[in-house]
Design a protein around this ligand. Structure first.
Ligand code: SF4
Length: 387
């Protein structure tokens, strides 16, 4: 089910449309709100161990990828995901991209608990066959007002501006339209249908001509959308019910699921981390970085070699090797070619492999070029501190 685009068909991978990567098949499983029940997490972990390379790869939209699938593993993967309730609609499996406030309803922040709204949005999305025509890149964001996912610049966003009102965001900007939470899912999906009606070759709302999407409705005072996600802090977070959530980063997004087995719920974050909520005792989860100043914060990478045939080098290894000296400040994203897959939204330092080493860029400006990894790390650190 492909969508026409400016640059060809939509090749975004899914759980059923496996991408042939250099290290085997790659399946991407959408997780609305990033949420996995304990049994769903076990099902994914079992599938990764039995059919893939054993790891779960976290994406910048709080989805999960399994890599290293053998030819013909798709059928068994689909059966496992269906049994775990992770494939509610085969036709919509690539378009269930819904990022939501990670700790909504659990901690003291946010105007309302958006979990029911996410469930409604997902169910209604899957109930409309026409919406399966959205691109696999099309993103809904549902932010409870804390500003952790509104800044992801989703195609259609809902941002709570009070307990009884949500702002409709289009391509990450305030449209001015306000809607009651109970009507927000229906409005978001109506806008998505409008997008499919007015588009010609565009994948994303941001690619439409200005004013192409006209949304009638009540208007409100302009709201400022955060420029960068206000991330959940690392470590222990007190919940309103007296229990504790543990927030951790997963270095470069490669999660060994074994230490997390047995958790009642796992929430994948859009900044390649996980939150384990509802804990009474807080165990140590090996592989999770829960303390600040580890050097992993704000450090991301594409797959690079050997997973991606387009990569000029093993960027994961280089990012990890230079972590201790790569500084802090702006996020830094390493990529093996100029496509810069998985780069974070907003201003960040791009570390891009070229045939002549690495280029360090900030926006359109090239700050450094070097074949030497130590010099590259120094330039990354300087550039990260520059704003
Ligand atoms: S940025 Fe390039 S090297 Fe990295 S995963 Fe994308 S296509 Fe492959």
């Amino acid at each position: 089910m492909s969508s026409p685009t400016r640059s060809g068909p939509d090749r975004c991978p899914g759980a059923l449309r496996v991408h042939a990567a250099a290290d085997g098949g790659l399946a991407r499983v959408r997780l609305p709100g990033g949420r996995l029940t304990g049994p769903q997490f076990e099902a994914l972990a079992d599938a990764a161990r039995a059919l893939g390379d054993g790891a779960l790869e976290l994406t910048s939209r709080a989805n999960v990828q399994i890599r290293g699938l053998a030819d013909g593993a798709e059928e068994e993967l689909a059966a496992r995901l269906s049994a775990g309730g992770l494939l509610p609609s085969a036709g919509h499996e690539r378009v269930r991209n819904i990022a939501a406030s990670v700790l909504t309803g659990r901690d003291a922040l946010g105007f309302l608990d958006v979990r029911p709204l996410v469930a409604e949005l997902d169910a209604e999305l899957c109930a409309d066959p026409g919406l399966a025509e959205l691109s696999g890149r099309f993103l809904f964001t549902v932010d409870d007002g804390r500003g952790d996912v509104a800044a992801l610049r989703g195609d259609i966003g809902l941002l709570a501006v009070g307990a009884d009102a949500m702002a409709l965001l289009l391509a990450g900007a305030d449209s001015g339209v306000r809607v009651a939470p109970g009507e927000a899912a229906a409005l978001a999906l109506e806008v998505a249908r409008d997008f499919l009606r007015v588009r010609t070759a565009e994948w994303r709302v941001a690619e439409l001509a200005p004013g192409a999407l006209r949304v009638p409705g009540e208007r409100g005072e302009p709201v400022r959308v955060p420029a960068a996600p206000r991330r959940v802090p690392l470590g222990r977070i007190p919940q309103r019910d007296g229990r504790t959530a543990l927030s951790g980063l997963v270095p470069l997004g490669r999660l060994d699921p074994a230490p997390l087995r047995g958790a009642a719920e796992v929430i994948v974050t859009p900044w390649r981390g996980v939150v384990i909520p509802d804990l009474t005792d807080v165990p140590h989860f090996q592989g999770l970085v829960t303390a600040p100043a580890s050097g992993w914060e704000g450090l991301t990478s594409c797959a690079g070699r050997p997973g991606c045939a387009a990569s000029l080098t093993d960027v994961r290894a280089d990012a990890a090797r230079t972590r201790a000296s790569a500084g802090a400040g702006l996020p830094a994203h390493w990529s093996g070619c100029d496509r810069r897959c998985g780069r974070p939204p907003g201003r960040h330092v791009a570390v891009v492999a070229t045939p002549d080493g690495y280029e360090v860029r900030l926006g359109d400006e090239v700050r450094a070029r070097s074949r030497d990894l130590t010099a590259t790390a120094a330039a990354v650190a300087t550039t990260r501190r520059s704003e």
